[in-house]
Design a binder for this molecule. Structure first.
Ligand code: GLN
Length: 482
């Protein structure tokens, strides 16, 4: 059985020539044929392309020219990340069958290391959402219970890894879209420091918040994959230098002396099973030598309004390129330019995306700019200051990822405010730009996974990965029975 092996295990088997990349691809294709109809994690899954890349990797290994130790390992990409000559949909109708003419920087980095791209995964339309229900391509289901949401917006990437259709995947996180689905699906998901990973070729939602990150079934794999895609890129003016010191061989799981900050604000209104699981994990770390510090992130109550003003304002500007001319399907039978814009956008965008564009346009409009957008920027500064203060007292901050475990499909779809509130514990990390991880630390009474969130200081991915490694697996396994 290869399908549930980690990247690390597969890489060792490939190295010892006990298996070929094509064996992995064949097995994952069979498994995907069986499981995918139940969960719908992919938008594009092209078996022939998958096998073709695996064969090429096998040829490289056979001739002693493997590109890295991961040459031949399959990986899935969220469908808002560009892969040349592959459909790029962003889960939206407006892009139709748009084929990307170029690779994102992360895609280049993956293929330069020999990774095999299995396909493109489902997401909330333009990554706006917390459940993967707003995709034009249909709902993704949680492999632990297919009546429940997988979380979002990178729900397809999380579900595919959780159901062992692929060992690892990439997602994007603007306000929690990696950490929330990772916690709902029982996998590891990390959002790096803003600037750590190039955004070139990631379709922009809110540019000052968006980051690409990784999903895997182990902390080591999430760390190794993140090491491959990280680094400065001149094609992204907000990308940053920073030493990439968090590959799995650098993670000891040693937490002696690590100062863990616990913010009261992050435990308000959280379900008892969740706060118990989080506190059990914290105690486990304490046993291993970590020290607990009480901290306060007092601006937390403003995070949701601040985020939803900034994110929608940026989105309203970023999404103006989908006008039926530069991008987007050009509608028939239009009489004027404005008619064309109107038709293309009203037919092409779904309800949630339209709501965000309207909200963001309003907050940026003259007369309201000062009261909304500018005020939100000031709020963001206060949230950043909160984190800076907190990191004087601690090295990492721990909290739940969400106040609840995965909820039922359809439960929050007609209540946008309830949906926005699902992000309350994850969005501050994006506003501040600090890294955050979700690592599974238990199951609730309904057997749904619970995630521990660990946030770190800027460019201290190693701290959070190390702490995650110290609790990983202590409270059980999180393979769904599917
Ligand atoms: N749920 C949040 C939103 O809809 C976060 C989405 C994300 O991180 N892409 O904006």
């Amino acid at each position: 059985m290869l399908y549930n092996k980690s990247m690390k295990e597969l890489s060792e088997l490939l190295d010892k020539k006990e298996i070929k990349s094509l064996d992995i691809a064949d097995e994952l294709i069979n498994r995907t044929e069986k499981i995918e109809p139940k969960i719908h994690s992919y938008i594009t899954f092209d078996q022939e392309k998958f096998k073709e890349q695996a064969k090429k990797s096998d040829e490289r290994r056979a001739s002693g020219k493997s590109l890295s130790k991961f040459d031949g390992i399959p990986i899935a990409l969220k469908d808002n990340i560009a892969v040349k000559d592959v459909k790029l949909s962003c889960g939206s109708k407006i892009l139709g069958d748009f084929m990307s003419p170029y690779n994102a920087t992360v895609t280049e980095k993956l293929t330069d290391s020999g990774f095999v791209i299995s396909g493109k995964t489902n997401l909330d339309e333009f990554a706006m959402g917390s459940t993967t229900e707003s995709s034009f391509y249909g709902v993704t289901k949680n492999p632990h219970n297919t009546d429940k949401v997988p979380g979002g917006s990178s729900g397809g990437s999380a579900a595919a890894v959780s159901a062992s259709l692929v060992p690892a995947s990439l997602g994007s996180d603007t306000g929690g879209s990696i950490r929330l689905p990772a916690s709902f699906c029982g996998v590891v998901g990390i959002k790096p420091t803003y600037g750590r990973v190039s955004r070139f070729g990631l379709v922009a939602y809110a540019s000052s918040l968006d980051q690409i990150g990784t999903f895997a079934r182990s902390v080591d794999d999430a760390a190794d994959l993140l090491s491959v895609i990280s680094g400065y890129d001149k094609k992204d003016s907000t990308s940053a230098e920073g030493s990439i010191d968090f590959s799995s061989d650098k993670l000891s799981g040693d937490v002696k002396g690590l100062r863990i900050g616990l913010p009261d604000e992050y435990f308000n209104g959280v379900g008892a099973e969740i706060s118990d699981a989080v506190m059990n994990a914290v105690k486990e770390l304490e046993k291993k030598g970590a020290v607990i510090e009480k901290i306060s992130l007092k601006m937390t109550e403003y995070a949701v309004p601040v985020y939803y003003l900034i994110a929608t304002s940026e989105a309203s500007s970023n999404l103006s390129r989908f006008d039926g001319i530069r991008y987007g399907r050009r509608p028939d039978g239009v009489e004027s330019l404005s008619d064309l814009y109107e038709k293309a956008r009203s037919e092409g965008f779904g309800g949630e995306v339209k709501r965000r564009i309207v909200l963001g346009t309003y907050s940026l409009s003259s007369g309201y700019y000062d009261a909304y957008y500018l005020k939100a920027l000031k709020g963001r500064t206060l949230i950043i200051n909160d984190f800076k203060e907190a990191y004087k007292k601690c090295d990492v901050i721990m909290s739940p990822v969400a106040a609840n475990t995965a909820f039922g499909i359809g439960e929050k779809m007609n209540d946008p405010l309830a949906m926005y509130l699902s992000d309350i514990l994850t969005i501050s990390a994006n506003l501040a730009g600090v890294p955050g991880i979700s690592v599974p630390v238990g199951l609730d009474s309904q057997k749904m996974p619970i995630g521990l969130q660990i946030m770190g200081n800027y460019f201290k991915e190693r701290d959070i990965l190390n702490a995650a490694k110290a609790v990983e697996g202590v409270f059980g396994k999180y393979e769904p029975q599917i």
